[in-house]
Design a protein around this ligand. Structure first.
Ligand SMILES: Cc1ncc(COP(=O)(O)O)c(C=O)c1O
Length: 451
């Protein structure tokens, strides 16, 4: 098959399967991202229209994955396309600054004084790494603290204790252990990363009292998707805030996903006053982006104008004009009214699902806030990573729900979480809720598979 040819169908007539078989030969695992892969193979996207994605087999899926919650306006949103077309016609990247980067940085600053100054990069991972580097530069300390089970991107320190299990998640004192996520992560990285419990403020306070003086940063996502998609308690947020003030620790709010929760972002909803804020996803309008923001004082750590900065931050495609233009169009249309409308739809979804589960007696629950949601199997209350932890049996059930939802033409992420986008209305939201209740309540079919 020549590289210009489309993937043919297999004997089963399935073009996604053919694409997967072909990709597997040149890409380990047959897919670029573990997060969007599932057995036997994911559907391959052909195009998107608003809140719908059409796969290469022509199936229309109601998209709650939205490229991992980055497409706040869904697919092919005309104002974004128009902005990108306009920018692209002038060239795609320059070894010079462009005015477009000023406009996006100003748009962020207008949303919140916490975002007074910004540096752009190309992903949330990069933004978090730069913020940690900045915190180390500001404090001269090496250790960081993060919450158990929370995802902040793919790199050594921030992947510590991303996915610990009951067999290894406690240290000898009963505190969360620093657990290696990847083979080969150096022991020094584990020693430099203190792990905090998401839902135990007293233990969190004790750990921060002990470790505080040696910490450069505490990184917190107050609505951590991987740790259960439950809002962090105000008590825990206050413990973190106070410890950071007391010990001179840089508080980094990772709002890569949670920025969408309010016009100003997530921190104000939790009483957090971070020193640095990392954002990505929706601020790029569907193009690659990441950003570190903060007060002029804190952001001076990256200031190169007087010579060598305290820490460097930059990259070939940082603040590229296409991402800047797309991001500006995206943020402009995510107005206060749009945020409120989407959050109200999210409340409607969760209420409808809860009512449905209650009347059917389904052993499941839904968590989330604003336009974000996640399904959990079982009747226990989910408050953080450990109560959200899926053992092998639960993981199997969650997978079956995801595949059964796919059979209903609704795309969730593999752990059954989802996000709403602005093209959705009550009709789509009720459809998602009713299908989820139906799939979970009727029992989860053994034979569901992506079609
Ligand atoms: C809270 C959080 N931080 C950081 C990241 C990394 O962002 P990216 O995938 O753009 O590198 C993610 C990605 O999902 C995230 O959810």
């Amino acid at each position: 098959m020549r590289h210009s040819e489309n993937c043919a169908e297999t004997a089963s007539g399935n073009r996604s399967e053919a694409a997967f078989l072909r990709e597997r030969k040149v890409v380990p695992g047959g897919s670029m991202r573990a997060a969007s892969w599932f057995q036997p193979h994911p559907p391959y996207a052909a195009k998107g229209e608003g809140c719908w994605v059409i796969d290469v087999d022509g199936r229309r899926l109601l998209d709650c994955a939205n490229n991992f919650f980055s497409l706040i306006h869904g697919h092919a949103f005309e104002p974004v396309l128009e902005a990108v077309r306009g920018a692209m016609s002038k060239g795609t990247a320059f070894g010079m600054p462009t005015e477009s980067e000023i406009l996006l940085a100003e748009a962020l600053a207008e949303r919140s004084p916490r975002l007074e100054q910004t540096r752009f990069c190309n992903s949330g991972t990069e933004a978090v790494l730069a913020a940690i580097k900045g915190a180390r530069g500001l404090t001269g300390r090496e250790k960081i603290a993060k919450f158990e089970g929370c995802y902040h991107g793919a790199y050594d320190w921030i992947e510590v204790s991303l996915d610990p299990t009951p067999a290894n998640w406690n240290d000898e004192a009963g505190n969360p252990a620093s657990v290696r996520c990847n083979a080969g992560t150096p022991d020094s990285v584990l020693r430099e990363t203190v792990v905090l419990p998401y839902d135990d403020p007293q233990r969190c306070a004790d750990i921060l009292l002990r470790e505080g003086p040696s910490l450069a940063a505490v990184i917190v996502d107050p609505h951590a998707s991987r740790a259960g998609a439950v809002p962090m308690s105000r008590e825990t947020a206050a413990v973190v805030q106070q410890a950071c003030r007391k010990h001179g620790i840089v508080l980094i709010a990772d709002e890569v996903i949670s920025f969408r929760l309010s016009f100003e972002g997530a921190s104000p909803l939790f009483g957090l006053e971070p020193d640095l804020v990392t954002t990505a996803k929706i601020i790029g309008g569907g193009l690659p982006i990441g950003a570190v923001s903060g007060s002029r004082d804190r952001m001076s750590v990256f200031d190169h104008s007087a010579g060598k900065p305290i820490v460097s931050m930059g990259g070939t495609f940082s603040a590229n004009p296409l991402s800047m233009a797309a991001g500006l169009a995206s943020l402009t249309h995510y107005s206060r009214a749009a945020v409120e409308r989407l959050n109200t739809l999210g409340d409607r979804l969760r209420q409808r699902v809860r009512a449905g589960f209650a009347s059917s007696g389904a052993e499941a629950s839904i968590t989330g806030m604003g336009s974000l949601f996640r399904l959990h199997v079982g009747r226990h209350e989910v408050t953080g990573y450990r109560s959200a932890y899926a053992n092998a049996d639960t993981a199997k059930l969650i997978r079956r729900v995801q595949l059964a939802m796919l059979d209903e033409n609704i795309l969730l992420t593999p752990n059954c979480s989802g996000a709403l986008s602005t093209p959705m209305t009550e009709t789509e939201v009720d459809l998602i809720a009713d299908k989820l209740v139906g799939v979970v309540s009727k029992g989860i079919g053994e034979n569901s598979a992506p079609g």
